[in-house]
Write a protein that binds this ligand. Sequence first.
Ligand code: COA
Length: 372
Amino acid sequence: MTYAHITGWGMAVPEKVLTNDEISKMVDTNDEWIRSRTGIAERHIAAEDESSATLAADAALRALEVANLKASDLDLVIVSSSSPEHIFPATASIVQDTIGATNAGAFDLSAACTGFIFATNMAAQAIRSGSIKNVLVIGTETLSRFVDWTDRNTCILFGDGAGAFVLQADEEPGGVLSAVMHSDGSGADLLTIPAGGSKQPATAKTVNDGLHFIKMEGKGVFRFATRVMARATKETLEEAGLTTDDLDLVIPHQANTRIIEAAARGLKMPMDKFVVNLDRYGNTSTASIPIATVEAFESGRLKAGDKVVFVGFGGGLTWGALAAEWSGPLSAEKKVHHGRYLFLARIRSVLLRALRVVEGLLWGDYGRKRKL
Ligand code: COA
């Protein structure tokens, strides 16, 4: 039998940090209000030369390094994002090219903040089917580009960043154990970017009306989130034949501390079993779970053999959970083996980015001439 193991993980966040105090100079809010209602203290914001694809590629290269895998060994790249580079082509195609995943198919998956769970589950299913061996899953966001910085209801919440997992086939039991995926489109209007799609294409009027920005009915989303987090966790545990007592860690979507506390109460679990880092990153949407995972691993909270549940919710509405047995890092000996290759891959990624900037300056058209 084939199992899908999580063998690599990586994250990338922009250097620039935006604090609550800085936001309070832009809109009528304050640090105390934001911290007490959300738990957020600061978030990272992409610089001009950063985008969902560049952050994704950086996170991906780190995940490949941990997995000790060459990009050319990947069979599939799935990018989950609500702030893709374009309507098309897929951000996954751009990432696939940047990292040199020359043998991989690549596509985007859109399920808002739940996207990383859906994408990881799809990767695991594809591996278990026996058709592919190595998959890269990335959650990446630059939602700061879609935030109305005059709307205090939303601009306090979101941050930019990316996180990635490598999943690999192995006969050894473990890895992804179960997953549940749910959607309820009747709540689609609760969290949306109204214009810019085919229903309401971008016009001067939609831009004047601010319809290209995130619109959210905060209370409705809050109520929905507190209902589904514990429920989805229980469902996936049951499917895996586990109970909350078996769980070492829960890594929830990082939207609001009060939502995570409600989930802990619903599961009758102590908060110290939950990873919370939204104070430093805000809500990075689909990137939040892999970013929290990387930090949990690096701080020693997540160890090989641990049973962990990833659980999230978001626009759509969507929600889901995935249970896994954490596979742990590969041996140091194996890592050294590909160290040189990964160094070269990083250089290649930086050079490609520089090349595209030059192309943009010369032809004013992102990357068009490169392959002619
Ligand atoms: N600073 C100060 N006051 C603010 C504010 C801000 N940034 N944002 C809203 N307010 C005001 C409101 O205008 C309102 O004032 P009023 O009573 O005079 O009308 C008051 O604070 C309470 O607003 P309300 O919307 O009821 O606050 P809340 O307790 O529901 O908290 C959220 C708002 C957005 C923090 C909360 O609803 C939430 O977290 N929702 C879920 C959002 C989410 O997770 N989205 C992403 C999903 S993936």
